[in-house]
Write a protein that binds this ligand. Sequence first.
Ligand code: UDP
Ligand code: BGC
Ligand code: MN
Length: 350
Amino acid sequence: MVTLAHRLRRVAIVFASILGTAYIILVLIALLNYNPRVKIGMPIIVDDAELPGAGTRCKMDPDLGPVKVDIYTKPCMEELERMNPEIQAGGAWKPPNCQSWQKVAIVIPYRDRLGHLKILLRRLHPMLRKQQIAYRIFVVEQAGTDQFNRGRLMNIGYAEAMKEDNFDCFIFHDVDLIPEDDRNVYLCDDQARHLSSAIDEMRYHIMYYNYAGGVIALNRQNVLKVNGYSNDYWGWGNEDDDFSARTLAAGLMLTRPPEHIGRFKMVRHLKADRSNHGNSYFFTWRSRWKNDGINAIKELNYKVVEKTDLPVFTNISVDIGHPPDEKTWNERNKNQESVTMLWFLRFYYP
Ligand code: UDP
Ligand code: BGC
Ligand code: MN
């Protein structure tokens, strides 16, 4: 006769086996996805005591820390100018009494977000001065009404900035992300430094290991090594994933500040829909990355419509060309080799 105790025991055993199996599967998936490419830590500022100019090198202020940021009120341009009398036209500054570590170009892809830009500039200028960074801010504005192309604007920003000065470090920066901690130093290391490791809109956590959107810093050599961004993502989504995949393929790690330092607030805006090609273009990133990037921008025949050294930033308005029509796009993609579904799923593993 089967007693109640017997039955309960059997149920408990079945239940425990299910839980155990699920646990083992999760551990296996985690092992499969163990990702040694991400390194969390503070930036390593080269201790260049032996380099020339060592005696006059700037020192990072040890008292930097978290800051309350305002993402709701918008200053006007004159106010920004008044708040930053020491910066040069074009939005450039360098420490007057010491030698900074790198020359930093901040490249902001932009269209029709003036409010966001003002909020960002109000925060960036004083922060970068406190961090003793030698920098200049480039706002690269897409002219016209075609779908937005964030990657193309980044590449053009790199090329145009290099015409101005021999920058060592490029920080590709969304216009709506406001840094919340002065310890998040705007410098490059020798990897791909993903500065926005904790965005409020993502509940201050990284959504997936390979996420490289928002704000990312690469030195000049590494921008060239990964061949910049793809020029061909029109509309929202995946251009940052493509960039992340390139940095991986180029053998770079993603380095991030710890989540309590890499904090950003995103100025509120409507979420765009993913481009109508969905993820399909990203599937073929590997077969394109060596030819579609910084090395291809000459062929794009982009035109600078206007370049102005405004008091608090350099404005570069560009005609970046048009997206291909559907037929050309399909034709171009037909014979491209694609990554596997497993690769794709692992890429987005949280
Ligand atoms: N952007 C812009 N105007 C646009 C669309 C995008 O200036 O119409 C720039 C801006 O720098 C923005 C970035 O591209 O921060 C990323 O776009 P969005 O903020 O819409 O994407 P999210 O990351 O919030 O999903
Ligand atoms: C998109 C990225 C985006 C990320 C976070 C991904 O699904 O492909 O482009 O940055 O989500 O919103
Ligand atoms: Mn945004």
